[in-house]
Every structure is written in structure tokens, then in C-alpha cells.
Design a protein around this ligand. Structure first.
Ligand code: BDR
Ligand code: CA
Length: 316
């Protein structure tokens, strides 16, 4: 089993990811940490506990993390995820409480334990990267317990929050810049599962309507129905769930190593992931910026059908 930790801002598509990570037999979900993002931190925590209950995993520790980005005010996406962040669906809420530790402390403890046992962990951030930036700068030794980071965020080609930027990076660009820099300095392999592939793992409404018979399946169906109605479509991407699929079955994801920088200023481009797809062997001496010292495996294509089938089989 692959040990994993999810960092989430649940969120309809974080919920798709949580159901998969909590139920897939090849994953050992060690912990879930929460950050403000799609909705405020209280709603994120409540949604996360609720989804884990539906998945039959009340044993997984969940911790509260950063409520706001490092530098800028919080900006939420209730227009996408509903007032409560879970699509305002009719669903019983969890009565569970969180782990007493801050998210950064829970991450630190689980990673240090992994370093001691040699069972290295894959960290899957699906939210603004605030908690992960704080972790890497506060407890860099904890990366001894990390196998890799596979994060949902950014894109080589497109934006969603703005024409330039993807929501998670746009919400906390400073955190994203810290994470990419620190991961590179600390030799943590990093994969960017961005918008270039995010929309390509689609579950049809017809497939979703076949989901029944357990709380997990029923919730999964409601999540796809909600996301489909939002986009007025006959199916919906599992969004963040695709990043979890990529950890379970990396052969379904095509990646390329590219130098990446985060745009921290710019009139129209703050929060953009600048993915350098040039031929680096050419003469770049006239470029005053040079190549970014941070190389990231950037997802460029995905076997969406295979991942959608994996998700359906697991959540049901
Ligand atoms: C990302 O932002 C959030 O809306 C989603 O949960 C996902 O993590 C997509 O831009
Ligand atoms: Ca998310």
C-alpha cells in the first residue's frame, strides 16, 4: 500500500478525491489536513469529516490548518462549490471532531514517523498551498519522510480563476512559490497536476446514476450530479480526484520535466505558473530571467477514461 496524506479545501472535487483516497485498497490514507480555499476553514473541516464518514473512514485523523493565505485576503469559490462548499446537498453532517494538532504539526508528526520507519509518504495537496509552505519552511527535516509531492494546481496553458491563473495558486501565490522552491532545495520530487489535464477525467451522468447501495456511492452520485448541473453538462470531471488517480496509477499520466516559476506580481498574471516549454539547449543568453532553477514534472496528458473507471469502481 502507498501511504498518502491529502491537504484539502473541500470542495466538491476535493470530496471526489477524498472518497477515492479513503477507499482505494492500494492507498493507506494516513491523515487529511485542511486549508481555507473553496470555502472558509470551518466549512472545509466539516465537509472533510463528512466525506470521510461517508467513506466509512472515521479513523483518519483530520487537522485544521491555515484559514487564510500567507499574504493576501481569502477569496473563496462558493459560486462553484455552493454556500457550504459541498453543493448544498441534502446530506447528514459529521459529528466528529478534529485532531487537536494544527495541520502543520500533524503533517510534521506523520512525516517524521514515516522517516523513522522508511515508509515514505506521497503528499497530495489539492488546496491553496498555505499549509505546505508553512510545513516546508518550519520543519524542513520532515521531508525525510516524503517520497514525493503530487499537487493539483497551476497549468502550462490555461487559467480558471483568471485568464492567467488557476484557483489554488492564485489564492496563495506566495505559498506556491515557497513550496516549489523549498521542494527543489530539499530534493523532493514534485508533480504538477494542473488544469491542462484536470478537466479530462470525466464521469458521465449515466455512469453516476449507477452508483448506489452505500453512503460512499450515494454521495459520489450526488457530487457528480451537482457538478454536472453546475456546468450544464451530461457529466463532470472528478477534478482533484484525478491527482489521486495519478498516484495510484502513474502510468495513466504523461508528464514532462519543465522549469516552473510562480508569477508574484503582474497586472493580469499574478498566480500564473510560468512553465518554460522552450528548447533549453538553444542559446537563451539574451533572456535576462534565464531558466528557473526549479524543475517540476508537469502533467501534459491523462488517460481520462481509465481514471474515471478506477474512481467509479472504488467509490461504489
Ligand atoms: C482547484 O480549485 C478548486 O476550486 C478545486 O477544488 C481545485 O482544487 C481547481 O482550480
Ligand atoms: Ca481543491
Amino acid at each position: 500500500m502507498k501511504p498518502v496524506i491529502l491537504d484539502v479545501d473541500t470542495g466538491l472535487d476535493d470530496a471526489c478525491a477524498l472518497l477515492l483516497a479513503a477507499r482505494h485498497p492500494e492507498l493507506d490514507l494516513k491523515a487529511v489536513t485542511c486549508a481555507g480555499g473553496n470555502v472558509g476553514l470551518d466549512d472545509v473541516v466539516r465537509n472533510t469529516l463528512t466525506v470521510l464518514d461517508a467513506a466509512g473512514r472515521p479513523d483518519v485523523p483530520v487537522a485544521r490548518g491555515a484559514a487564510v493565505p500567507l499574504l493576501q485576503p481569502v477569496r473563496m469559490a462558493r459560486h462553484v462549490h455552493g454556500a457550504d462548499g459541498l453543493g448544498d446537498i441534502d446530506w447528514p453532517r459529521s459529528a466528529r471532531t478534529t485532531d487537536p494538532r494544527h495541520a502543520v504539526e500533524l503533517l510534521r508528526d506523520v512525516l517524521r514517523e514515516a522517516a523513522a520507519t522508511g515508509e515514505l509518504i506521497t503528499l497530495i495537496p489539492l488546496a491553496p498551498l498555505t499549509n505546505i509552505a508553512l510545513l516546508l519552511r518550519t520543519y524542513p527535516d520532515a521531508t525525510a519522510g516524503l517520497r514525493e509531492i503530487v499537487f493539483m494546481g497551476g497549468a502550462a496553458g490555461i487559467g480558471n480563476a483568471t485568464a492567467s491563473a488557476e484557483f489554488n495558486i492564485w489564492t496563495d501565490p506566495e505559498a506556491a512559490a515557497i513550496v516549489l522552491t523549498a521542494a527543489s532545495e530539499l530534493d523532493v520530487p514534485t508533480t504538477m497536476y494542473g488544469l491542462d489535464v484536470f478537466y479530462d477525467v470525466v464521469v458521465t451522468l449515466e455512469q453516476a446514476r449507477g452508483l448506489s447501495g452505500s453512503p460512499s456511492a450515494e454521495l459520489a452520485r450526488k457530487l457528480i450530479e451537482k457538478r454536472s448541473s453546475l456546468y450544464q453538462s451530461d457529466g463532470a470531471s472528478i477534478g482533484d480526484g484525478g491527482a489521486v488517480c495519478a498516484v495510484i496509477d502513474p502510468s495513466g499520466l504523461t508528464t514532462q520535466p519543465f522549469p516552473v516559476r510562480i508569477e508574484l506580481s503582474g497586472s493580469w498574471s499574478r498566480g500564473r505558473t510560468i512553465v518554460d516549454t522552450r528548447d533549453w539547449s538553444a542559446d537563451l543568453t539574451s533572456d535576462p530571467h534565464g531558466l528557473s532553477p526549479t524543475t517540476v514534472q508537469v502533467a501534459t496528458a491523462v488517460d481520462g477514461k481509465r481514471y474515471a473507471e478506477m474512481w467509479l469502481a472504488t467509490v461504489s
